[in-house]
Design a protein around this ligand. Structure first.
Ligand SMILES: Nc1nc2c(ncn2[C@@H]2O[C@H](COP(=O)(O)OP(=O)(O)OP(=O)(O)O)[C@@H](O)[C@H]2O)c(=O)[nH]1
Ligand SMILES: [Mg+2]
Length: 195
């Protein structure tokens, strides 16, 4: 079982990209399960993803990086034992910086091989978010294997180039790719990079 964690600030496009990634994996013959982590007591993403035909487990009322670490371990074990997926795709809350916890989780769960982190950046709100929540955005980028600079359709070429350059400076060795989950532009290259 491999795990793909799709991090990124609130509203950056995690669920939209998750569904595309899950579809690509399923089309390739893989069994895919999804774990949705919601900060509050109710969530909409879990129901929406389930409606798309994917098995979903939800973790409510906290963040898998802090208060729900144990919950994440238990949920991963339960998904592994009950469903036996090839891939489990995890959407943490937009406030999560998932890097460290996933490394720990991978060590504790037998049968969990690869953990990949995809961080989604909102190109449209990049400057504003960097100003307001820089430490969070920085740590989400630092833990990424691949960064998707999403909503490329919503900015002009010059803005996109500036966001890409800034994101690359903060993302270490991660591969940084511009995409638009809305139009599908760049998605094939992103999905290739994740698999
Ligand atoms: N213009 C544009 N809008 C997008 C794109 N991708 C997602 N959106 C929109 O952005 C909003 C948030 O998308 P989601 O996929 O729900 O984002 P999320 O990160 O899962 O959001 P939370 O789970 O609430 O943190 C939705 O209204 C999407 O339709 C894109 O590539 N371009
Ligand atoms: Mg979501």
């Amino acid at each position: 079982m491999d795990a793909l964690c799709i991090a990124g600030f609130l509203g950056s496009g995690k669920t939209t990209i998750l569904l595309e990634a899950a579809r690509a994996l399923t089309d390739g013959g893989a069994r895919v399960a999804v774990i949705e982590n919601e900060i509050g007591e109710v969530g909409v993403d879990g129901g929406y993803v389930r409606e798309q035909g994917l098995p979903v487990r939800e973790l409510f009322g906290g963040c898998i990086c802090c208060t729900l670490q144990v919950g994440l371990v238990e949920t991963l074990r339960s998904v592994r034992d009950s469903y036996g997926p090839d891939w489990v795709v995890i959407e943490p809350t937009g406030l999560a910086a998932p890097g460290d916890i996933l490394g720990l989780v991978a060590d504790t769960i037998e049968g969990l091989d690869l953990v990949r982190v995809l961080t989604v950046v909102d190109a449209e709100r990049w400057s504003m978010l960097l100003e307001v929540v820089e430490p969070l955005i920085t740590s989400q980028l630092e833990s990424a294997d691949v960064v998707a600079v999403n909503k490329a359709d919503a900015v002009d070429d010059q803005q996109l180039a500036a966001v890409l350059a800034a994101v690359r400076r903060l993302s270490g060795d991660a591969l940084v790719l511009p995409v638009s989950a809305a139009t599908g532009a760049g998605m094939p290259a992103l999905l290739r990079a994740m698999s």
